[in-house]
Design a protein around this ligand. Structure first.
Ligand SMILES: C[S@@+](CC[C@H](N)C(=O)[O-])C[C@H]1O[C@@H](n2cnc3c(N)ncnc32)[C@H](O)[C@@H]1O
Length: 364
């Protein structure tokens, strides 16, 4: 939705007002997400009192730390917009039609989610869903999601669910990859020659933001889920400029030539992979990145990043089916990246996410 951008082009609004509007916009998303979470937890408590007892209460200290980090994230998002890393209009982007259209469906789906949680059913798919050709670790109801990643309804509900999970800050977290991308790519190539691949692109939100930051670049996205790719195609085909090329593929076996992309990105995938697959995805991303190119991973924070937020990390796999999360939180991805051949690896944390920036050595 580009309402603010359109208004701004008619009446140039002072920066202060736009910033105020952005903060209020994020606040509204956050209040909505927290209210939904509290109401859903109350209902879950009625239907599954045993599970709710296992979930640790959030202390005042944790809550304050969370709010502080969320505010820092939003400030960084605003500042990047101000510095022209991406257009300010993108700060107000939200798939409203889907949000309101599918919100009732989210509630209607909850009894099925609780049933799966109660019966510990992690691999339940509708009979018509073809499960052939996927790696076994993928055939799961991640987050207890009905049909895992393999149905259109799952793809329709996904963005809404992620926004609720991250208190309305999923997109600002995705956008943290854009400043390092710009830093690496802005000066280097004629912009129309830049090629960027988003691995596990899901419903295409990250590609949408990369398109905003690099209007002329050629964009590519792969994912294992046809349903999510269909959803991404809907979103991205609305945008002006060249259509990103989407393909169904496994991140462990990318269908591209060696040294093909100037940049490869990856958002919220690694915590859903077993460690051997994580290593293979990193190796494939190394293979397809050009010498001198950048690889960026964005995923959950890890153990030791913020001791005050440990309860959040402990609760996450209790609330959601996330079989590889615990192991992920202690996995040394710097070591894995170095093992694959990347150098000069840097890490950052924003809100509840962590970022790895890795560079493929140049050929002298
Ligand atoms: C948590 S979602 C993240 C989606 C998206 N990147 C985002 O920012 O919301 C994980 C995505 O990874 C995809 N996925 C999981 N394992 C994969 C693999 N081995 N290869 C390609 N995609 C995979 C899923 O289909 C799903 O779309």
């Amino acid at each position: 939705m580009e309402f603010t951008a359109n208004i701004q082009s008619l009446i140039p609004l002072p920066k202060k007002i736009i910033k105020f509007a952005y903060k209020k916009f994020q606040k509204a998303k956050s209040i909505f997400a927290v209210s939904h979470t509290m109401l859903a937890a109350r209902l879950a408590n009625t239907f599954m009192p045993k599970r709710e007892k296992e979930i640790k209460p959030i202390s005042q200290e944790t809550l304050l730390k969370l709010i502080e980090q969320q505010n820092q994230l939003l400030e960084a998002d605003w500042q990047d917009g101000q510095q022209g890393i991406y257009p300010v209009r993108i700060l107000f982007d939200n798939p409203w039609r889907d949000f309101w259209g599918y919100y009732p469906q989210l509630w209607l789906d909850l009894p099925k989610v609780w049933q799966k949680q109660r019966n510990k059913e992690y691999q339940s798919f509708a009979p018509h869903i073809n499960k052939e050709g996927y790696p076994p670790y993928y055939l799961q109801n991640f987050h207890y999601q009905t049909d895992g990643y393999l149905s259109d309804m799952s793809a329709n509900l996904y963005d809404l669910q992620v926004e609720i999970l991250f208190h309305g800050a999923a997109d600002p977290m995705r956008r943290r990859i854009l400043a390092p991308l710009k830093a690496r790519l802005a000066q280097r190539e004629p912009q129309h020659e830049i090629k960027v691949l988003d691995v596990a692109c899901g419903t295409g939100r990250t590609l949408k933001f990369i398109r905003a930051a690099f209007p002329q670049a050629s964009l590519y996205g792969i994912d294992l889920s046809m349903a999510y790719l269909r959803k991404a195609n809907q979103l991205l085909s609305e945008l002006p400029r060249e259509l990103p090329q989407l393909a169904q593929a496994n991140g462990e076996d990318l269908p591209y030539l060696d040294n093909y992309f100037h940049a490869v990105t990856n958002v919220f995938l690694f915590h859903e992979l077993p460690s051997s697959a994580r290593q293979r995805v990193i190796e494939e991303c190394f293979r397809v990145t050009k010498p001198g190119g950048i690889f960026i991973i964005c995923d959950s924070m890890q153990e030791g990043d913020f001791p005050q937020l440990q309860t959040m990390m402990d609760n996450f796999p209790l609330r959601f089916h996330e079989p590889y999360y615990k192991e992920y939180t202690t996995d040394n991805l710097v070591e894995r990246l170095e093992q694959a051949g990347f150098e000069n690896i840097k890490t950052q944390n924003h809100f509840v996410s962590k970022y790895w920036l890795a560079y493929k050595p140049k050929i002298n």
